[in-house]
Write a protein of this length. Sequence first.
Length: 197
Amino acid sequence: MSHSDRLDYQIILDFIEPNSRVLDLGCGDGELLALLIEQKKCHGTGIEIDEKAIYHCMAKGLTVSHGDINSGLADYSNKRFDYVILNESLQQILNLQKVILEALRVGKKVIVGVPNFCHWRGRLQVLLNGQVPVTKKLPFEWYNTPNVRFFSIKDFQNFCLMNKIKVLDHKAIADDNQISFFPNFFAHIGIFLLSKN
C-alpha cells in the first residue's frame, strides 16, 4: 500500500480544508505533510526528533524543524495554525495532556491518530497467553517498544471529556476499513478532530 492509499491519511486529508496552515508534530518522513501540500495546497511545516527522518523530509522539499514535541510549543503563538496533527505519535509522548493542550493553543483544530491497545486481537492475546500483545499494527515486544503509554479509543474519549476538549468528528479504522460498530473493540486506530475554545 502506498502512503497516499493509507486510510488514516485519507481521513486526515478529508478533515483538512484547502489552503490551511498545518503543523505536523512528529511528522516522520514527511509523507503526510507532502500529501497535504500537494493535494490540499496547505502551507505546512513539521517537527521531528529523528534526524534521519528529517533528511527524508528535506529531500522532499519540506520545512521541518528538529525538535522534541515533549518540550512544548512555546515558540508558537496562539492559533498560529489552522490544524495541528499528531498522528502515530500520541502513545510516545511523555506528558500527553500538556502536548495536547499546547497543540490546541497553537492550532484552531487538532487531529490525532490514536492506536487502540484494546483491539480484540490484543485482548485475546492477553487472555490466552497472559502476555503483552504483539500484533501487526503494534509489532513491538514490551521491552523494545517506543510506546510509553497504552490506551484505548474509549480512554482517549474520556480524556477529551475530562479536559473539556470538543470532539468535532472521529473515525475508526480496522484492517484498512472504516468502521462504526464497537470501535473500541474492533478498531486498530481512531482518528479524532478536536477543538477547544
